[in-house]
Design a protein around this ligand. Structure first.
Ligand code: COI
Length: 355
């Protein structure tokens, strides 16, 4: 793929204090753009200065949400290498989301080439401090100026980069999660498995309610019976009950998380049993009452491994593992971040170096 370069004339100042990056506020000097026009396919791959884009107010993505996105990170190792964690999985999933949202597929190798080219230009933006990384957000939007409802004929694929710290301000300290019994996030046959804007827009009312009650995030139940645990929205969820690691099966309404998949593979490689199955919130509560709910944790690219210390389901409050990080959560966090930052050998072959 041919990529054209238009480099920024002046570069922004990089954040001086990486401990204050937060998540997703700061953007680098450049971005990648490629267009799609029906009959022509994806074309005009280019790296340009980061900045506002011009869109018709009638652009279809603004009205009917025909959009998909991904999230991954670039890490700087102590030796100064820059590396990615399973990026091929992100571009593969991007096409799964594209298919669901009737967006033309991308060539996964081209997308990888685009990302590598952009990272080469923006290498200096990859944070140096432990725990901070360069969050990568590839996304596609429908751009036709048309307010009728149909799949668009024109699209933009973009990649933007944001140096970021921990997703939750609590860092590795356990988060407080509220089980949502009123609103639902997804139903089977819907878009729950796709990484599309609507799934996140739909979650805001529940999240707002959770915030009002001093909870960080919402744990979603299935949209039909409202009894099976699904996911948190920014992460997948795991329970350790009586030594068994359980995570909801991917039944169509849950996002197929790359950190979820990696956590399962790490646990299995260390001899733990991981079961992917349906699990009701009632079962979680009963395990808690029986003193068998050992750990709860979330997994996600942004969140990494996030222990859950407090779970509220209607009037029931569950304080998990004395609100401390559990043994399996800690092992997963150490292994995952160890591989990502190059502190431990990558025996799984997940790391791709940016050269
Ligand atoms: C990610 O973990 O990359 C996500 O997409 C979650 C979120 C920031 C929406």
């Amino acid at each position: 793929m041919e990529i054209k370069y238009e480099l920024a004339k002046t570069l922004k100042e990089k954040p001086a204090d990486e401990s204050k990056l937060g998540f997703g506020h700061i953007f680098t000097d450049h971005m990648f753009i490629m267009n799609y026009d029906i009959g022509e396919g994806w074309h005009d791959a280019r790296i340009v200065p980061y900045g506002d884009i011009s869109l018709s107010p009638a652009a279809m993505c603004l009205h009917y949400g025909q959009e998909i996105f991904e999230g991954l990170k670039a890490y700087r190792t102590a030796e100064g290498k820059i590396q990615l964690f399973r990026p091929d999985e992100n571009f593969k999933r991007m096409n799964v989301s594209n298919e669901r949202m009737v967006i033309p597929k991308i060539n996964e190798q081209d997308a990888m080439e685009a990302l590598m080219a952009l990272l080469n230009v923006e290498k200096d933006w990859v944070p140096y401090s432990e725990g901070a990384s360069l969050y990568i957000r590839p996304f596609i939007i429908a751009t036709d100026p048309y307010v009728g409802v149909r799949p668009a004929d024109h699209y933009m694929f973009m990649i933007i980069l944001s140096p970021s710290g921990a997703y939750y301000s609590t860092g590795l300290n356990p988060v407080k999660i509220y089980v949502e019994s009123n609103y639902v996030r997804a139903v089977r046959g819907g878009t729950g498995f796709a990484k599309t804007a609507a799934n996140y827009a739909i979650s805001l009312a529940g999240q707002d309610e959770a915030h009002k009650q001093d909870y960080e995030q919402v744990l979603w139940l299935d949209g039909v019976e409202r009894k099976y645990v699904e996911e948190v929205g920014s992460m997948n969820i795991f329970f350790v009950i009586d030594g068994e690691i359980i995570t909801p099966a991917l039944t169509g309404s849950v996002l197929s998380g790359i950190t979820r998949k990696s956590a399962i593979e790490i646990c299995r490689s260390k001899g733990y049993t991981v079961t992917e199955r349906k699990i009701t919130i009632q079962e979680v509560a009963e395990a808690y009452d029986a003193g068998k709910l050992d750990e709860v944790f979330g997994t996600g690219t942004a969140a990494v491994i996030s222990p859950v210390g407090h779970l509220k389901w209607e009037d029931k409050i569950m304080e998990i593992n004395d609100n401390k990080i559990g043994q399996i959560s800690q092992m997963l966090y150490d292994t995952m971040t160890g591989i990502q930052w190059g502190k431990i050998p990558d025996e799984f072959g997940w790391i791709v170096e940016v050269k």
